[in-house]
Design a protein around this ligand. Structure first.
Ligand code: CAA
Length: 359
């Protein structure tokens, strides 16, 4: 059986957000640095009563509500996150408690910085392909609240959000069993036990991301007759989006390594990559959820059989390039309504409200 994948998608963004040009004014920075230099627009923020659990639960409820199975058909719940609530108890236990999932279910949390959600998805896919699932589906959630210390250079790249994926029949997308992984131990971005906000080696993190992209796309290209032939097969290519400019830099880097000129790389980026980040520009970096927000956007409205790429990166570092083929339900893109509902209800806050929130 090689036919497994995503049967339903649910997304959730929190109720508050702030424009990055407002943040720039607060920090005495040039707004163009955040909007043009980093490519950011708005950062999603949690309001009262919201946290990584409430985001994950709401995304899961939305995915379950448009799936034709029920809770008894779930045999695994795996949550990828770096917003740990506890060093022992997995986030999946909070989510399963809220959803009423228990019994013959494997329930766990996956941690590998922003790569954790992708690892959870791969494990679910491989669990189904192995036969161990015995026809059961998996509920995979990528959820994070990304906050940096006030005035940290990462502050304009903050964000939050959750994506829930039901892994079962590939009605929304088939996930190719073959993927291209790469890892190298590095201290580019990490958060020691007990430390509230991450430590970041900014320039190193950019280098690691680009090296990871070069390695994953390089392996993919090698098996498919070169980069051009490999990418021609893809209708869209989604990336982990710490901030949109990072993705642009990575595309340019991968293209340059294959001998493409700047014009060709820019054309590829404009056509196949930039449009996938429309929701990331209003969520900010949602860590594990970031890539899957982009994938959800790229799949919505996609005709059956069309193939997309999904490049996952997690500091530390680990990366993987996945391939997905749109299924019959991708064309309806029902999950786009989740983002519309959240964006129309959310409140844009100003600097003084942001200061209060951070205090
Ligand atoms: N107008 C237009 N552009 C301007 C500008 C202005 N007035 N002032 C500066 N810029 C440009 C700069 O030229 C630069 O662009 P280029 O890189 O294309 O030259 C860009 O704005 C950013 O400027 P700086 O490099 O000076 O910014 P910084 O050092 O203050 O912060 C950062 C950048 C280090 C990436 C910081 O945002 C950060 O620490 N982010 C968190 C780490 C991160 O996201 N790393 C990405 C890879 S790791 C990963 O992907 C995991 C993850 O999710 C965290």
């Amino acid at each position: 059986m090689t036919n497994t994948g995503i049967a339903s998608i649910g997304l959730h963004l929190p109720t508050l957000a702030m424009r990055v040009d407002e943040l720039a004014t607060l920090r005495g920075a040039d707004p163009d640095k955040y909007t043009i230099g980093l490519g950011c627009r708005e950062i999603a923020l949690c309001g009262d009563g919201e946290d990584v659990v409430s985001l994950a639960v709401e995304a899961a409820k939305r995915a379950l509500s448009r799936w034709d199975g029920d809770l008894q058909d779930i045999g695994m719940i795996a949550v990828g996150t770096e917003t740990a609530k506890d060093m022992s108890r997995p986030l999946s236990a909070w989510v399963a408690g809220e959803l009423g999932i228990s019994g013959q279910v494997r329930s766990y949390e996956v941690k590998h910085a922003c790569y954790g959600g992708t690892l959870a998805l791969r494990q679910a896919v491989e669990w189904r392909l192995s036969g161990a699932a015995r026809g059961k589906a998996a509920l995979v959630i990528a959820a994070d609240v990304a906050l940096y210390a006030p005035r940290d250079p990462g502050e304009p790249t903050q964000g939050a959000g959750a994506v829930a994926l039901i892994v079962g029949e590939p009605t929304v997308a088939r996930v190719d069993p073959v993927s291209y992984a790469w890892s190298e131990p590095a201290f580019d971005f990490w958060r020691p036990v007990g430390q509230a906000f991450p430590s970041v080696e900014g320039p190193l993190s950019l280098d690691c991301y680009m090296r990871a992209a070069e390695s994953c796309f390089g392996a993919f290209a090698e098996e498919h007759g070169g980069l051009e032939a490999a990418l021609n097969d893809l209708e869209s290519v989604c990336f982990h989006v710490p901030f949109p400019k990072m993705v642009k830099k990575a595309v340019r880097h991968v293209a340059e390594r294959s001998g493409w000129d700047a014009e060709k790389a820019a054309e590829f980026y404009e056509q196949k990559v930039d449009p996938t980040m429309r929701w990331n520009r209003v969520s900010g970096n949602a860590y594990t959820a970031s890539l899957w927000i982009s994938v959800a956007s790229a799949l919505a409205g996609r005709p059956i059989g069309k193939r997309i790429g999904a490049f996952s990166y997690g500091s530390g570092f680990g990366a993987e390039l996945l391939l997905l083929d749109a299924g019959p339900e991708a064309a309806t893109g029902a999950w786009a309504a989740d983002v519309d509902v959240d964006l129309s209800a959310r409140q844009l806050i100003d600097s003084s409200a942001y200061n209060e929130l951070r205090a």
